[in-house]
Design a protein around this ligand. Structure first.
Ligand code: NDP
Length: 295
């Protein structure tokens, strides 16, 4: 499958989202200035899709990085696709726009490209933000098929969610949700495709380390690539929009190379086989909603 760095997927509202995005969640132990530096590097090496959120508390740094790259002529605002997220303490309809406006103020942007509900909730006040022109597309995150169906079947629904951003990697490959989203013209976007940052505040650190998986390591060797690139490429070939996070220049450059090779159908099938039915029964493998911070 010929995939290119510049490729975007057209969402159900007609807007286009670049298929490879740069993640900006930083654990508390990491200096926020690192996020600013890394976001600039990501734009320099060609990332045009930046994934942020109110709760990451890095929007000021991300906004500064993007504006610096606009000022030095590397990009224009319209070249960048920025995603923000409605945090769970803003779910009351009258607070939804407040959360968006606070994020826009930190970013110093007039609009966001995509605004998604971080955790399952309703859509009405999100539709109003789109109508007000503060956001181009709206979507959801961490929605199951059942929760998506509830939204899609809602009488008076004005805009379908354009995207559903969920945990997705070989250990939790979301194949049923992917098929459902494809059949309903909703883009599935994967986070933690490299196995997450293993931040003990959010995840169970006893879970297996994805990038050390023997099969991934063996396939990577065969293509002379890293297990991380194989994990990214796997999702791109399945038709997902993919988020990856690293604040290391070498890795940012490496991750942008996901368009330089192609996994065979046989290898794609073998990676499908890594899905851990037992582990994901209770939901996400890496991210536990029971430890969500309240800020
Ligand atoms: P990833 O799974 O993308 O990355 C995990 C770790 O992999 C990083 O800490 C990074 O370490 C390391 N890494 C990156 N590139 C390479 C490489 N080439 N080789 C080896 N290791 C590598 O992390 P996230 O869980 O943060 O997911 C990505 C983004 O998705 C987030 O930053 C956020 O924007 C979004 N997200 C959304 C959620 C939601 O609820 N909607 C939940 C979780 C994430 P290092 O930095 O040290 O290089």
């Amino acid at each position: 499958m010929a995939l290119s760095k510049d490729r975007g997927i057209t969402m159900n509202d007609g807007n286009k989202i670049p298929i490879l995005g740069f993640g900006t969640y930083s654990p508390d132990a990491v200096q926020k200035s690192k996020c600013e530096e890394a976001t600039k590097i990501a734009i320099e090496v060609g990332f045009r899709h930046i994934d942020g959120a109110y709760v990451y508390e890095t929007e000021e740094q991300v906004g500064r990085a993007i504006r610096a790259k606009i000022s030095d002529g590397t990009v224009k605002r319209e070249d960048i696709f920025y995603t923000g997220k409605l945090w769970s303490t803003f779910h009351r309809p009258e607070l939804v726009r407040k959360c968006l406006e606070e994020s826009l103020k930190k970013l110093q942007f007039d609009y966001m490209d995509l605004f998604i509900i971080h955790n399952p909730y309703s859509m009405k006040a999100m539709e109003a933000c789109k109508d007000a022109g503060l956001v181009r597309s709206i979507g959801v995150s961490n929605f199951t098929r059942k929760q998506l169906e509830m939204i899609l079947n809602k009488p008076g629904l004005k805009y379908k969610p354009a995207i559903n951003q969920v945990e997705c990697h070989p250990y939790r490959n979301q194949s049923k949700l992917l098929a459902f989203c494809k059949s309903n013209n909703i883009v599935l976007e994967g986070y933690s495709v490299l196995g997450s940052q293993r931040d003990p505040r959010w995840i169970d650190t006893n879970t297996p380390v994805l990038l050390e998986d023997p099969l991934l390591v063996a396939i990577a060797k065969k293509y002379n690539k890293s297990p991380a690139l194989v994990a990214i490429r796997y999702q791109l070939q399945r038709g997902l929009v993919v988020l990856v996070k690293t604040y290391t220049r070498k890795r940012i450059e490496e991750n942008a190379q996901a368009f330089t090779f192609q996994l065979s159908e046989e290898d794609m099938k073998s990676i499908d086989g890594l899905h851990k039915h037992e582990l994901h029964k209770s939901g996400n493998i890496f991210w536990s909603p029971t430890v969500l911070p309240t800020r």
